[in-house]
Design a protein around this ligand. Sequence first.
Ligand SMILES: [Zn+2]
Ligand SMILES: [Zn+2]
Length: 170
Amino acid sequence: MQCPQCAGILGETQYENIPVHTCAHCGGEFMTGVALASIVTARETTLPADMQNALADAKPFAGIPESQKQRALNCPSCNCPMTVLNYCGDSGVFVDRCDACHGLWLDQDELEQIQILMERWSSEAPSKLRSIAAQLEESRKTAAQSTQAHFRQSRFAFINALMNRFLDAA
Ligand SMILES: [Zn+2]
Ligand SMILES: [Zn+2]
């Protein structure tokens, strides 16, 4: 396969024991949605501290900026157009998804960014959840309506599990 970003050749590698195709030249990565969901929930890799610090103040970001919309990459697997998506609806990490085969393209470091966001969300959510539960449920519903199945996993499944636990305890 050829890199959609720089036309380099993609090689197959493993991340958290899951196969991904990476470009040695630009560092981009291609994988299935199922593979990405497995990677962000596997959490076996300890991410570099400087990368974690850089993302420590990241705020939720909804929507897609114009600069991202203009990317127009083609899928390295089936050559169909890819659409830019905001991972999990408001993560502010933008991934390209193939309209046809649903393969995902991540630029260099985006996979790690997603993983860091998920880990931080998992560790911070319990203390904050009570005060913003209604808000969360609202954004969860909105995201579920507008987001593809592969992107609904991880964060929103986690919110659901937590909210159910609070309801049980009440
Ligand atoms: Zn490349
Ligand atoms: Zn494709």
